[in-house]
Design a protein around this ligand. Structure first.
Ligand code: SF4
Length: 368
């Protein structure tokens, strides 16, 4: 149930309105876990927050000492506060994330900053996809993301090696591509590549008809298989080159390939750790709730797939078992590091929760 302060329509936030909001919080809010929303006079959700103790948290906004404090600024823009109780702090955290994704409140920059802290490898869309490293992952495009990773620079270097090894392009996304199997007359005219990578055998050259669309797609599939952890082909390619140069006593050039190999191996190791972390975030998590409102969260690959009250009867237990079977059945267990974009925020949130409160792992139970 949503509770809240009364709202004065179309009025700027005056001292009188602030006093009214404060007294409503003081009289009506309880010190228990929940989420709250600050709304403008037009009903825009300006900020969403969560707290273990909603009343104390809301009252703290009215004690902000300086007008430039974030809390004071939010309050001065807000005309109404609403709050809802949740069974636990964990439930509040999840609800806060969902509301932020739904309303995208302008004052909720913290979470966006959190996501930007990580980098992702993005496989772009279009006729000749390419791999790039990005900060944060946009939920608005349908590209594939791998990650999250820390250390954008190192990941960027490794992606460059991967691009070179499998000969994918790394040029401007909007550069026009001309595959060798395109049949339009004007496209068979000689063309100049947009960079030297094709000439030095580091790119198939889809900008100058250097490959067919299918040949390029094969290399994309190889890069994806490497990033998914199912194919070490790119590492093998570098190893073969390194050994050949070494056998030809070209030690300096062999050393360059050894460094490339090491960078790519480091990326694969980081993927391995990520896969391990993601797979480890798969269990049933029982959270004691306010007034006995205990909840069970079925978490698979770092995302809550179902949430239910703690079973109390054999009927409840049968229902939960059915859900567990549906969610954790083996065919629904990919081993890839490819995280759907819409799941990234929740994965980050859950991994940070269990990192902050490692003792919470004692409440989890493997169910697969
Ligand atoms: S050779 Fe052409 S397709 Fe390849 S990276 Fe350079 S400009 Fe892009």
């Amino acid at each position: 149930m949503i509770r809240g302060t009364p709202r004065m329509e179309h009025q700027p936030t005056s001292d009188a309105q602030l006093a009214l909001m404060r007294s409503t919080v003081k009289d009506s809010a309880a010190d228990r876990p929940g989420i709250y929303r600050m709304l403008s006079s037009e009903g825009e959700v300006l900020y969403v927050g969560k707290s273990k103790r909603v009343r104390s948290r809301l009252l703290s906004y009215f004690r902000c000492a300086y007008p430039e404090d974030k809390g004071a600024r939010i309050l001065r823009s807000a005309d109404k506060i609403e709050w809802e109780y949740t069974p636990s702090e964990f439930a509040a955290l999840l609800q806060e994330l969902r509301l932020i994704k739904r309303f995208r409140p302008r004052y909720n920059v913290a979470m966006k900053r959190d996501a930007r802290h990580y980098s992702f490898i993005k496989l772009t869309k279009g006729p000749a996809p390419k791999l790039i490293v990005v900060r944060g992952a946009s939920g608005e495009d349908a590209s594939i993301y791998y990650g999250p990773f820390v250390g954008a620079q190192r990941v960027g270097e490794a992606v460059r090696e991967l691009n070179d090894a499998v000969m994918l392009r790394d040029c401007r996304t909007d550069l026009k591509m001309f595959f060798s199997d395109q049949t339009e007359l004007f496209q068979i005219l000689p063309r100049t590549p947009g960079c030297i990578r094709h000439e030095i055998s580091k790119c198939l050259g889809p900008c100058v008809g250097g490959c067919s669309a299918a040949e390029y797609d094969e290399r994309v599939a190889l890069a994806k298989a490497f990033l998914d952890g199912s194919n070490d082909g790119p590492l093998e390619m570098l190893r073969v080159q390194m050994e050949r140069l070494s056998a030809e006593m070209e030690y300096e050039r062999a050393g360059v390939y050894r460094d490339k190999l090491e960078r790519l191996e480091a990326l694969r190791a980081q993927f391995g750790r990520l896969r391990f972390a993601v797979e480890n975030l798969s269990f049933a998590y029982t959270v004691p709730g306010h007034d006995g409102e205990d909840r069970v969260y079925l978490i698979r690959r770092g995302v809550v797939r179902a949430e239910l009250g703690k079973p109390k009867s054999s009927r409840d237990r049968r229902g939960m078992k059915q859900l567990v079977d549906d969610i954790f059945s083996s065919e629904r267990k990919p081993t890839t590091t490819q995280i759907p974009t819409h799941e990234i925020d929740e994965l980050l949130l859950l991994s940070s929760w269990f990192r902050r409160f490692p003792q919470e792992m004692k409440r989890t139970k493997q169910v697969s």
